[in-house]
Design a protein around this ligand. Sequence first.
Ligand SMILES: Cc1cc2nc3c(=O)[nH]c(=O)nc-3n(C[C@H](O)[C@H](O)[C@H](O)COP(=O)(O)OP(=O)(O)OC[C@H]3O[C@@H](n4cnc5c(N)ncnc54)[C@H](O)[C@@H]3O)c2cc1C
Length: 244
Amino acid sequence: MSHERFSFILQSSRMLTARVRQLDFRRADGAPLQYAPGQFVTLHLPWDGMELRRSYSIATIPGSAAEVQVAVTHVTGGRATKLLYDMTPGAQLQASGPFGRFMLRDDPPGRYLLVATGTGVSPYRAMLPQLQARLAGGKHAATLLLGVRGPDELLYGEDFLRLARDNPAFQFIASYSRHLSEPPGAHERKGYVQEHLLELNPDPQRDIVYLCGNPDMIDAAVERLKAIGFDNHNLRREKYVSSN
Ligand SMILES: Cc1cc2nc3c(=O)[nH]c(=O)nc-3n(C[C@H](O)[C@H](O)[C@H](O)COP(=O)(O)OP(=O)(O)OC[C@H]3O[C@@H](n4cnc5c(N)ncnc54)[C@H](O)[C@@H]3O)c2cc1C
């Protein structure tokens, strides 16, 4: 798949939670963006005579009416945050992509452990149809763990709960670092996502672990997983680090 530069037009935007805004783009030239679920786009944003480059995972569920949805966490004082939160429908920006190798692969039977903090869950939302197809084959299982502060931040939770309801091979766990619902739902736990990952007894012989979002969470999880035998063939990561 080639990387190209193109213009995006903002179709619509809305707050998904108090700290996350979803932006729906389409290409200005009308061409569909060809990408694989799990990939990201880079937005080229004018700032103070410079060009900021900021990457965002594509959150669109393939097959839905939306073209390119991204979910942007509000970063206080963040430059791209300000530009993107202030954008109004019809505005255009430069973008390039798709990029990245954080995708499902042609893996042997086993269990996927899909771990995210906050908007790090976007690539897994884009993977939902692929996951569903893989689980239907009967040889794979998947558990998705999403770490956020509390139930009001459960990004795209309904999409994951729906798959869990329809598919016994899929489990969804919400890890809340600050507070639980009252009473907590069966999928909700208090604590950090990396602790709940270890409670699932990850097994390097059968599990493949995907980690996306906060770099500190990813480093902490990788250290623990490597200590029990995981290596680069069954650990896949996408760190949401800031550039220039
Ligand atoms: C491959 C990739 C995919 C990404 N996908 C997404 C995505 O889907 N959604 C998303 O919201 N972000 C994503 N990011 C992060 C995103 O690209 C930006 O870094 C983020 O939006 C902050 O940019 P900014 O210009 O607003 O902040 P900046 O102006 O760069 O930073 C302002 C200050 O905030 C700090 N900071 C930066 N980011 C954070 C943060 N997340 N939390 C707390 N402090 C922070 C910086 O260190 C700096 O001190 C991704 C990054 C990568 C590399």
